[in-house]
Design a protein around this ligand. Sequence first.
Ligand code: AMP
Length: 422
Amino acid sequence: MTFQQLQLIPPIIKALAKENYTQPTPIQEQAIPPVLAGRDLFGCAQTGTGKTAAFLLPIIQLLSTQQGRPNGKRVIRSLILTPTRELAIQISDNAKAYGCFTNLRYGVIVGGVSQRPQEQLLEQGMDILIATPGRLIDLMNQGFVDLSHVQILVLDEADRMLDMGFIHDMKRIIAKLPVKRQTLFFSATMPPEITSLVNSLLKNPVKIEITPVSSTAERIKQMLYYVDKPNKLLLLIDLLQDKSIASALVFTRTKHGADRVVRGLTKAKITAQAIHGDKSQNARQAALNNFKSGATRLLVATDIAARGIDIEELSHVINYNLPNIPETYVHRIGRTGRAGLSGIAISFCENEEIPYLKDIEKLTKQKIPVVTDHPYPMTMTEPVPATVGADRANGAPSKDGARGHSGKSGGGRRRRRPHAGK
Ligand code: AMP
């Protein structure tokens, strides 16, 4: 299947060629035709599947080819709601790239930055508005937003918006939209609240499911380290002595946890930055840019902050804490091994996280291979089921999924305790 076969217009085809996209991903193949035909859509898909282009490309086409298009002041023609600021900015960057040969206007409305330029943006009107619910509601309450011309609504990562407590804001925003509109709804998981939202918001939708969330991609090598909580940082520092881990996204449960890990890594002279909701928008963007450019080796994030991060070719994901929602594990590790590359997902499990591990293994119907030969084995309770033995997590990912070897260190692993802060 080619983009031409999906009946996309030449300005979009040209933009995709510029992005080096050679062929549509499965979700794009399945979503673009019905969206172009005006249908509502429910897409069950994770990030990394190409879902952003799956909704942006047909929206750009529909809006740029519409006859007699309304473009008065304050007119907003399509609205994309998304949970995080980073994701909003990412979507906007994608929209600009895919629409660079059309003359559509885009705008982003997110919290954490000054409101004034956003008021001006809304005053001018735009074809595609990408917003996080909180700031949009603030501006709506102040009378700056007119949603009465919106023809297409996208709810992106709807499950995450629910998790973040945006349900009431979402409902209040949607209540201001015309009833006659096209709605595209994306969620990576299908909890009951999502099913009822889908049923209430979508009219006869086309349903597309890409890689059910319970399945972890085979190309991702998973490994589990049982470790006592006080030793997690030391274990992380030890693993990072392996230079083949060129960069990694590290997940912690809390913002404070993320800051603590960064402080510890910094003391051990490992470059790391945290990205979470307490940081200013500029600090988060700077951390992300440093990570993308390779200036920082580790990005330490909470789930919510990481949600919008799009990093291509991420080789390692490290779960410093296991998530209490098993689907989140699948999301997290799905951030590596994209675009045909293999990846490595390393998880630390402390005593109190064993129930989370059980939930994850139940969902994925897989046992995560356990690494038993490491310097900080768990000393507490529960027997550790050994499935991997001496295997270590020190391989760089490769195209064929085989793990590289840090040949020089051979079996003689470093057992010294690195000088780490607590
Ligand atoms: P998403 O699932 O929307 O977060 O997209 C994941 C990544 O895949 C992004 O970096 C996109 O730029 C990239 N991408 C999306 N569609 C394609 C495509 N057809 N070919 C190659 N890369 C793509």
